[in-house]
Design a protein around this ligand. Structure first.
Ligand code: HEM
Length: 299
């Protein structure tokens, strides 16, 4: 088992980029310490969500902006508006399936496993007083008036991104199902609810694409610490330096609880490269959609 005691010089000299950290450690003839942050299910869920989301955005936005030339070009490239409608429904099934799977896993952990840590504490996505404190501390840090907050497992912006996607899925999925099965829903909803669903669906789509490919993209790829890409959602691990530098309170807690050795992991062959290719493709398509949306909005 490797020693996990502090070596302050290592914090300053080792790069934060996982690939570079592995290379540096290998050059020094030792293996870098990597710690598991996300398991297989979370990684598969996130990758599937990314693919289905970009698929839905590419097949949905040309309908919303059908008067634009780029929209008919995109639709033609996908085999016409009818084929695009089919693809939209296909990706919708994938996304709804992933959402239901996520809800089932959360339900099982809380109700069956009685894992109360899901509801409160460092492993919970529920906003807590600590998050408010860390927002305040981070603003002071940005203004050069204090230290960087000593983040735990989830930062306030990660929780914000999680809940934005969570409620966004419920809204866009619910309104999408009404558009998909109008006869069924108008058995118990007034007819104007179809117009409302179309309005909500379109607006939420613009908000979601705008949010994911600007704010979420910035948080996970463009921040100085993460540039050009955070690959943790693909590989599942962070380097020891990333953990210590970015989430010192989590690192200290894991050390106190004696859990660091249990979380130590090895890089999965090919995961880093595949993750980078996936990230470049999805993010490029997403940024392209944001540009096209802005063009449509202002033209
Ligand atoms: C997750 C479940 C979803 C379902 C069940 C769903 C379903 C639908 C359906 C049935 C339509 C009408 C399509 C047609 O007439 O051929 C539609 C339109 C559309 N969808 Fe979705 N969709 C979902 C998610 C999304 C997402 C995530 C986005 C974008 C990020 C999106 C963007 C759009 C847009 C922009 C339209 C056109 C709306 C309009 O013309 O006003 N959809 N969707």
């Amino acid at each position: 088992m490797q020693d996990t005691t502090d070596t302050p010089t290592a914090i300053q000299t080792e790069p934060l980029d996982p690939a570079a950290a592995i290379e540096t450690a290998e050059l020094a003839n030792r293996s870098p310490r990597l710690y598991r942050r996300f398991g297989k299910a979370e990684r598969i869920g996130h990758i599937g969500l990314g693919i289905s989301f970009i698929g839905l955005a590419i097949t949905g936005l040309p309908l919303l902006y059908s008067q634009e030339r780029w929209a008919s070009g995109l639709a033609q490239a996908m085999g016409g508006f009818e084929a695009m409608g089919f693809l939209h429904r296909f990706f919708a099934v994938v996304m709804i399936g992933l959402f239901v799977w996520h809800l089932a896993r959360v339900f099982r952990r809380i109700v069956v496993d009685r894992d109360w840590g899901m509801l409160w504490g460092p492993n919970s996505m529920v906003p807590q007083p600590r998050d408010a404190r860390e927002i305040y501390q981070n603003v002071r840090y940005f203004l050069g008036r204090g230290e960087r907050p000593r983040f735990e497992r989830f930062t306030y912006w990660e929780k914000f991104d999680y809940w934005a996607v969570f409620w966004g899925m419920a809204i866009i999925g619910g309104s999408g199902l009404i558009l998909w099965f109008p006869e069924f829903f108008t058995r118990f909803l007034p007819p104007w609810s179809l117009n409302l669903a179309a309005l909500i669906h379109g607006l939420e789509a613009v908000l979601a694409v705008g949010f994911i490919f600007t704010i979420h993209l910035f948080h996970n790829n463009l921040r100085a610490e993460k540039f050009p890409m955070d690959t943790v959602m693909f590989t599942g691990y962070v380097t020891e330096d990333e953990l210590r530098h970015e989430r010192p309170d989590e690192y200290e807690r894991l050390k106190r609880e004696g859990r660091l050795a249990e979380l130590e992991t090895q890089p999965a062959p090919g995961a880093l490269k595949a993750g980078r290719v996936y990230g470049v493709v999805v993010n490029s398509l997403g940024v392209m959609l944001v540009v096209l949306m802005l063009y449509a909005l202002f033209s």
